[in-house]
Design a protein around this ligand. Structure first.
Ligand code: ADP
Length: 683
């Protein structure tokens, strides 16, 4: 037994999976499966299948199963099944039981589902039922609102068939409101859509509705036109109710157009359909019309039609139909002159009218109550949704704050990490730097020590060299003097005239010997400049310069030169060396000068810590590339034949200035004269 049920469940799941309905399964099997179902979600589906199965045959059973399914789905928070159960209940309550109050209750339950739990199609199907139920409750405004919402969804989804369906319902709404023209335009839109999608059944239904609407507008030719077309197309559909309805409306049209024969044919057909279906609405309406049509004929026949109509009207519970038949019977008996019967039906008619108005009133009362309840529920739902939204917003805000906090923490962590890295790098870098500094300092110390040692070595060798130069030049002086004297003696002993060639040799030898004497003299002068045993004193440079000019008098006269001397200070120095310094510089200014009037200008300026002297001439100038080299020993820029000299003069000057801890340099351009500068620190 249980195995079989499980088999059915598997089969059911397979059917669900393949999208087919389980019509092949017997209800008993569904019930067995239901008992064996392991899970509530499967139970819900099985209950919905059972509800579907009993829909047309036993609507109450169908409602029971659907209600159970709804309760189960609510427990599971299963929104999809909850919606399916609701739609099933609405379908049965509205279409089969026509229980508007229950249908309204179900709609209230539907509104409790949060909209975001339903997809657009599910939402639209609920709007559809809301529209239909409100229409039946004569709340046209709400009905229209729901239909428009439904229409909006289908239009957005581009579902033409469904849009046509809503147009049809809106047509019904407008027809109920008595706005037949608008109803017709909705029906026509629906008709066009049904034709496009080829839904023949809906097309026939809409054509019939159009015929009925035109009938209500008393446009009977159009009423007939649409209904006949409906009939032509509907004949193949074999839907007895639809055909019965169409035939009835055609008969109605003909009857109003005073074509009783044609009307009769169609009413009789409608009656046949009504009998085959046992449909009270069709039977009551058609019988009433047939009775009216036969009024001038056989009284029994007329009365039998009216009686049949009345029985069906009573059976259908449709008070309006009942009232119509009382009206017909009252009128007929009155026409026959049977006043008792006429009075009887008049009383019934009045009672029915009273009943109808009472019912209308109580229906309005119920409607108002339902509307109030629904409104209340609606407001509560809205409040709930608003709260949900608030909560969601709060959660979202909290979430955002958390994210912000998280991001902040991450940023701080990253920053800390980066700072730590930087700090570490800096530490390593500092350590390396410290090491490097230590290394460099050690190297510096080492090279300093080397320098000191080298300096000492240099000073020692310089001293030795100077001593050697002094001794050598001193010792060379006497033999050289002898060579010059003996050359003179030899020349005198030779008898005149001395041949020119020999005379040139004598001159050459004497010249060289004399140059050597000068060289030796200069080297001696150079070596004599040694700070250690040089006496320093206050030297008035104005006096020193007078001596210098005096010494150079001959040269000045010879070259037509002049020396201009600005007032000079008194400095601490060695008197002889100062003379030597100025004599060399002024002498060079006059010597290296091709000007017709060679001039030398001596100036002095006081600086913050030094005396600055300048010796400016208007001579031949010196190329900048030699500005340093001229201070080197033996460096000469000219041949002896051009300008006499040994190349020691400026190196002596430099040595003297070095001794005074000053500096010496020059500024010059070839052909633009030369200015020598030197500084002497002030004491
Ligand atoms: P010298 O005994 O040859 O004059 P110095 O040491 O005095 O030796 O000068 C070196 C060289 O510098 C000179 O040979 C000369 O070429 C150049 N010199 C020195 N003073 C001047 C000057 N006032 N104008 C141009 N050239 C000069």
């Amino acid at each position: 037994m249980r195995g079989r049920a499980l088999l059915i469940i598997s089969f059911f799941l397979l059917l669900q999976f393949s999208g087919r309905a389980g019509e092949d399964v017997r209800p008993q099997e569904w019930i067995e499966a239901l008992q064996a179902a392991p899970h509530d979600s499967i139970k819900t589906r099985l209950l919905l299948e059972l509800s579907q199965h009993y829909r047309a045959k036993e609507p109450d059973k169908s409602i029971n199963y659907a209600s159970l399914a709804l309760a189960l789905a609510e427990n599971q928070d299963n929104w999809g099944d909850r919606h399916r159960a609701i739609i099933r209940l609405l379908d049965v309550y509205y279409h089969l039981k026509y229980d508007l109050s229950k249908a309204s209750e179900v709609l209230t339950a539907a509104q409790a589902i949060p909209p975001d739990q339903l997809n657009a199609l599910q939402q639209a199907s609920i709007y559809g039922y809301e529209g239909k139920v409100q229409l039946s409750l004569n709340d046209y405004a709400r009905s229209q609102e729901a239909f428009f919402k439904q229409m909006n969804i289908y239009e957005q989804l581009g579902d033409r068939e469904k849009v046509a369906l809503v147009n049809f319902d809106l047509g019904r709404l407008k027809e109920a409101q008595g706005d037949y023209l608008t109803a017709i335009s909705f029906y026509k839109s629906a008709l066009a859509s049904y034709r496009r999608v080829g839904d023949r059944y809906a097309e026939v239904q809409t054509l019939t509705a159009l015929g009925s609407a035109y009938g209500k507008l008393t446009d009977y030719p159009r009423n007939l036109e649409y209904c006949r077309e409906a009939l032509r197309l509907g004949e193949h559909l074999e839907d007895a109710f639809l055909l019965g309805q169409v035939n009835y409306y055609i008969g109605y049209g003909y009857a109003r157009l005073e074509s009783p024969d044609s009307a009769l044919i169609y009413f009789e057909r409608a009656l046949c359909y009504g009998e085959s279906l046992d449909n009270p609405w069709l039977l009551a309406n058609t019988s009433n019309e047939l009775g009216l049509l036969h009024r001038g004929c056989n009284t029994d026949e007329v009365l039998s039609y009216f009686q049949l109509g009345l029985t069906e009207a009573i059976q259908s519970g449709n008070q309006l139909l009942e009232k119509n038949l009382y009206q017909s019977l009252h009128q007929y008996y009155a026409d026959l002159g049977q006043h008792a019967s006429a009075y009887h039906f008049l009383q019934r008619l009045m009672a029915a009218n009273a009943q109808l108005s009472n019912e209308e009133q109580s229906r309005q009362l119920i409607n108002t109550q339902i509307k109030y309840e629904t409104e209340k529920q609606h407001q509560e739902n809205q409040l709930l949704r608003a709260r949900e939204r608030e909560n969601a917003a709060l959660i979202q805000k909290q979430r955002l704050q958390n994210y912000g906090l998280l991001v902040g923490i991450h940023l701080v962590l990253i920053l800390t990490f980066l700072l730590y890295q930087a700090f570490r790098r800096k530490k390593v870098y500092n350590a390396e730097l410290e090491l490097e500094v230590k290394k460099r300092t050690a190297e510096l110390h080492e090279s300093n020590a080397e320098l000191v040692a080298t300096n000492a070595q240099l000073a020692k060798s310089n001293g030795e060299l100077e001593r050697f130069a002094s001794i050598a030049s001193h010792d060379l002086k006497a033999p050289l003097r002898n060579i010059v004297s003996f050359l003179g003696l030899i020349k005198r002993k030779l008898r005149a005239p001395i041949p020119t060639e020999l005379n040139d040799y004598f001159r050459f030898a004497t010249d060289n010997a004399q140059h050597m004497q000068t060289l030796i003299q200069d080297i001696l002068e150079f070596s004599k400049i040694d700070g250690t045993d040089q006496q320093q004193e206050a030297v008035d440079l104005n006096e020193s310069l007078l001596s210098v000019v005096h010494n150079l008098k001959e040269t000045m006269t010879e070259k037509n030169g002049s020396v201009e001397i600005a007032p000079l200070p008194v400095i601490q120095a060695n008197k002889v060396q100062v003379l030597q310094l100025f004599q060399n510089l002024i002498g060079n200014g006059l010597k290296y000068n091709q000007n017709k009037q060679p001039s030398v200008v001596i100036e002095h300026k006081k600086e913050a810590r030094n005396h600055l002297f300048s010796i400016r001439d208007n001579g031949i100038g010196i190329d900048p590339q030699y500005h340093q080299q001229v201070f080197d020993m033996f460096k000469r820029l000219h041949h002896r034949e051009e300008y006499q000299g040994t190349g020691i003069g400026l190196s002596i000057c430099k040595k003297i200035i070095d001794q005074l801890e000053g500096k010496i340099w020059l500024e010059s351009q070839p052909g633009r004269g030369t200015t020598f500068f030197f500084t002497v620190p002030m004491n």
